[in-house]
Design a binder for this molecule. Sequence first.
Ligand SMILES: [Mg+2]
Length: 277
Amino acid sequence: MCYSLGMNNFQEKMDLERLNPILGQKKIGIFCDFDGTLSPIVADPSAAEINPVARELLVTLRDLVTVVGIISGRKADDLSQRIMVDGLTYIGNHGLERIQDGQRIISKEAKPYLTPIEKAAEEIEAILLPAMQLERKEATLSIHYRQTSDPQKAREQTRQRLESVAHQYGLKLFEGRMIFELRPPIEIDKGSILMELIEVNHLDAAVFIGDDITDTAAFRAASKLRNRGICLAYSVGVLDSGTPPEVRELADLTVPGVYGVVSLLSWLANRLSASST
Ligand SMILES: [Mg+2]
């Protein structure tokens, strides 16, 4: 039956029942990326808005589980202002900052890089192509090229120059969906943050939902923890037309777009409230 293995695997990955093992657990964490996960991808990143049903479900889930966290490349305060739900853990800049008890905290490892990042931003400002957007996020920089007339060409034209600016200031260049990022060369990513949140909250089970390359660090962390018997952690990949192949390959489960995330959150809310009564 080898010929059907691929298809079976593909179909199995769409089955929410795969998450059944977490339902009976005592301490559960639900973690979500923002753009492309809770909010549809839009041409202008500053116009991104959370899906209103997803927001309501985050409120419901917050009251049902130990921790609900948002882990994003955006600035933590930008994130919390777009979501506007109290009592969530907001992790910004891929883990380099967070909002804790209403206070924004930049990780101590990132602090020495704040000035180099500011200087790098000045240089990048001068090499931006028309319709490219530089987003200054204090601990990192994002360069968006989704709105340029030819995004692929824009990427090719700027990649090398950004690489050399990154090198000059001791930073690292990363790429995502129509985005470049300059980040400090620190071993903090969505994977290490997920592990930390699982550890400090003593979680028995966790779900991480994301749509991009940076999220796959958390996907890998989830399967590592599960395989070692440390935490029943599962990853969910959000699929749409622009999904990087790694997301589909590495996720334990896949859902179709933000709409699929809403269905998943709703399924979790229903099952968890049923098991808590
Ligand atoms: Mg995303």
